[in-house]
Design a protein around this ligand. Structure first.
Ligand SMILES: [Cu+2]
Length: 342
């Protein structure tokens, strides 16, 4: 039998396709694209979420995460059973840890921890940073952000002969949908903050909600704002700040920002009812609340945590305009003012 040119071409193309279907592994490896975090244009509303946070891929595939927000995140695969290392990366002198970071394109096989550095869209950057991880073997692997406790997900890595349930465009649409759902919660939590602010010179110092919790993990929406940006009181009054975020830390910091704002400044004292307090008598006073932190969620078979300190009270003994910031989120615009009238 004689074959004409176009037939030869068609048969060899079919052979190539057949070969491609038969050869497992890296020759056909895909790179999937996912997103770490989302934000509103004013950067005040932050979705602390992997978008989406559950995917199915083939052994040999890679995932590249994009970090499009001005809030910082990591993509981290701890070893199974590994104790979660401290947060913050280079911020406040706390090293991010596997320990240490692993290079872009690292391979995760469950035997050693893999983590990006703390990544964010810096104002000097023209495009967001990315980080990719390759998965050589099958398994179900949890991933976390070391900065945000309630920002987690799962990668299901299956053998390359198995059919995957979803393609990239499905995950793209899911990421968009979840981002919209998280952002849609923001006006509701802002209302809660405004409602609490009416009571007794109370200012909500950040408000958050863990919106999605499934077997795959958690997604959180956080408002990086003081609910009343300006509050007006009289000399001798006390203002109380309360963090209404179940997941992250904020501070109330007047004057010079300390290098490490986690502990309260020396002029701040604990109160008998579990808050902290200070007196400000001059606009040149420097006062730092220290981290206002929620108590972490309880888990069986672990020592229970102490109650969180979420309230901070300042009594103003002179009139003036007192500006303050959250030392963790001031770069996102988390700033406020207390106007004290005589
Ligand atoms: Cu903050």
């Amino acid at each position: 039998m004689r074959l004409i040119g176009s037939q030869v071409q068609r048969i060899s193309w079919h052979c190539a396709l057949l070969l491609a279907l038969l050869v497992p592994g890296s020759a056909l490896a895909d790179t999937w694209q996912l997103q770490a975090g989302a934000e509103s244009p004013d950067e005040g509303r932050q979705a602390l979420a992997f978008l989406p946070n559950e995917v199915w891929i083939h052994a040999g595939d890679s995932i590249r995460w994009t970090f499009p927000t001005h809030e910082r995140h990591t993509i981290t695969f701890l070893k199974p059973g590994q104790i979660r290392p401290p947060a913050f990366g280079p911020t406040f002198g706390v090293l991010v840890g596997c320990p240490g970071i692993t290079p872009d394109g690292s391979t995760f096989d469950g035997l050693g921890c893999v983590t990006s550095d703390v990544l964010l869209l810096d104002r000097s950057m023209t495009s967001p940073p990315t980080y990719s991880v390759t998965f050589p073997g099958a398994g179900n692997f949890k991933f976390v952000c070391l900065v945000h406790a309630d920002m987690t997900g799962v990668v299901h890595v299956v053998d390359s002969i198995q059919t995957l349930p979803h393609n990239q465009s499905f995950y793209d649409q899911q990421a968009q949908r979840e981002q919209a759902q998280l952002m849609a919660q923001a006006p509701r939590i802002e209302d809660e903050g405004t409602a609490s602010a009416v009571l007794n010179n109370n200012v909500a110092a950040g408000i958050g909600k863990i919106v999605t919790t499934t077997g795959a993990g958690s997604q959180t929406i956080s408002l990086m704002r003081f609910a009343q940006q300006t509050i007006v009181v009289g000399v001798g009054d006390t203002v109380e700040w309360t963090s209404l975020d179940p997941s992250i830390n904020h501070t109330v910091t007047f004057g010079v920002e300390p290098a490490d704002p986690r502990p309260p400044s020396a002029n701040v004292t604990p109160t008998l009812d579990g808050a902290r307090q200070a007196v400000i008598s001059s606009i040149s006073d420097s006062v730092n609340s220290g981290f206002l932190s929620p108590a972490p969620q309880d888990r069986a078979n672990l020592a229970q945590s102490n109650p969180g300190v979420t309230r901070f009270r300042v009594t103003f003994t002179s009139s003036g305009t007192f500006n303050y910031v959250c030392a963790v989120h001031d770069q996102l615009g988390m700033k406020g003012t207390v106007i004290v009238h005589p």
